[in-house]
Ligand binder design. Structure first.
Ligand code: DGP
Length: 114
């Protein structure tokens, strides 16, 4: 698998505005924010797409969800609410092939999405 820009962020080889980190998950601000708060949560191992989740790595999804809960509470947005989105491949508009959960908060989201 080709390394992605997120590997460089994980290895601290390029800067990112990191807002959350634990042993398994990194959270950093999206460079092109779509909401007042837009953070990407990534596993510290490379899983290219949602299709690549399996029994051996699915625990990372739990860890990402728990990281998001912790972060949402920490910044005071848990009760207000937020949207979490994971894009997959071409139709999902995935552009970086290291799974990431978009955390969007700070405004009311449109529904249905475009
Ligand atoms: P997706 O389309 O779901 O693959 O979203 C990829 C997101 O990654 C997109 O919203 C922009 C963000 N992104 C791409 N390159 C960088 C970068 O170098 N730094 C940061 N902070 N975000 C990036």
């Amino acid at each position: 698998m080709e390394p992605t820009i997120f590997d460089l962020i994980l290895n601290k080889e390029i800067p990112a505005d990191i807002v959350f980190e634990n042993d398994d998950v990194l959270g950093f601000k999206d460079v092109n924010p779509q909401a007042p708060i837009h953070v990407l949560f990534i596993p510290k191992v490379r899983i290219a797409t949602h299709n690549d989740l399996d029994a051996s790595n699915i625990d990372y999804m739990s860890k990402i969800h728990l990281a998001i809960n912790e972060y949402a509470a920490q910044i005071g947005e848990a009760a207000n609410g937020y949207r979490i989105v994971m894009n997959c491949n071409e139709n999902g508009q995935q552009t970086v092939f290291h799974i990431h959960m978009h955390f969007l908060a700070g405004r009311k989201m449109e529904w249905p999405p475009g």
